[in-house]
Design a protein around this ligand. Sequence first.
Ligand code: TRP
Length: 369
Amino acid sequence: MSQVMNPWEVKGDIDYDKLVKEFGISPLKELPDIFTKNVLFRRKVVFAHRDIQRILEAMKSKKPYVMMTGLMPTGKFHIGHMLVAQQMIFYQQHGAKLYIAVADLEAYNARGQSLEESRKIAIEEYITNYISLGLKPENCEIYFQSDRSTDAEKANAFYRLQNQLARYATFNEFKAVYGDITPGKMLSALLQASDMLHPQLAEFEGPVPVIVPVGIDQDPHLRLARDIAQRAKEFAFTQLSSTYHIFIPGLNGGKMSSSDSTSFIALTDSPEEIKKKINKYAFSGGKDTLEEHRKHGGNPDIDVSFQYLKYIFEPDDKKLQKLETDYRSGKLLSGELKAYLIDKMQSFVKTHAANREKAKKDLKKFIKT
Ligand code: TRP
């Protein structure tokens, strides 16, 4: 299947190496220990970047910096969404001030979803799960694109910036970056540019480096915002930094999609559902018969259960290595690998369910409820 990749549509097999070249981003290499202690960075779930150096310097010299990202509030919060949450928490623990945008206007204009629906999904699915995963209210601003701030000076500055940025973009550029474009999508792109650049305004943090962790489909938004930032000399923005993470495969090995419940594991799935979904849907790299498997071994590289362990559920490198070796040699069977994952995931969701109850009480520390 041919590949479609833009902020509003991701389809087909994703060739990450090709995207790195096409988009002109850089593979992430040598990172300081504080990063590689984290599975996401150590195992290259976060695999590429633009200008991360500026952030590494700020972290090293303990200078202020901002982590800014956004969420598109559609469907259930699944393990793919967890990647961004874990990065937010990582930067929060390492001194960043967080800005998190709920893209309710983007969902309205690009997906036809009402603001009320977006608000509900953002709170019940995304924000509650972020808190349950460890997000703290200190140094953390969560806002809705449609409702930036009750402080008029801040709100004015944010929407003023979106409008002023328009001057520095051309229609041809929009067409080149996004292909098929509508006025709604154009405004969404400018609004996202304002999301990413406004933390540097005097009404907010003033000039600071900003890191934007996103899925690679969001890079067009970054390219546009960076081009605009560079041209808009009057603002003297520090150029945006960004990192890109892979998409966690869906259960069937294809895309994990919040509109297809057989493709994902939600953080609110019950232990029984998890067992059923993994056993029934998780694509296996094992052989068809026991005899063949023992003889030729399985292929962890295409085995979805192994990927979930690698990217999220088995942080211990030695244990992961053993699973990989045993699976390849045929010593470990596909059913045994699945059982291992199911066990890890079940204990995770049990803890998570308890954390969610606490998180619901804490919501008001993060947003007006
Ligand atoms: N467009 C993003 C998405 O579809 C959401 C988003 C809005 C965002 N504003 C942002 C992401 C700023 C990063 C930075 O998921």
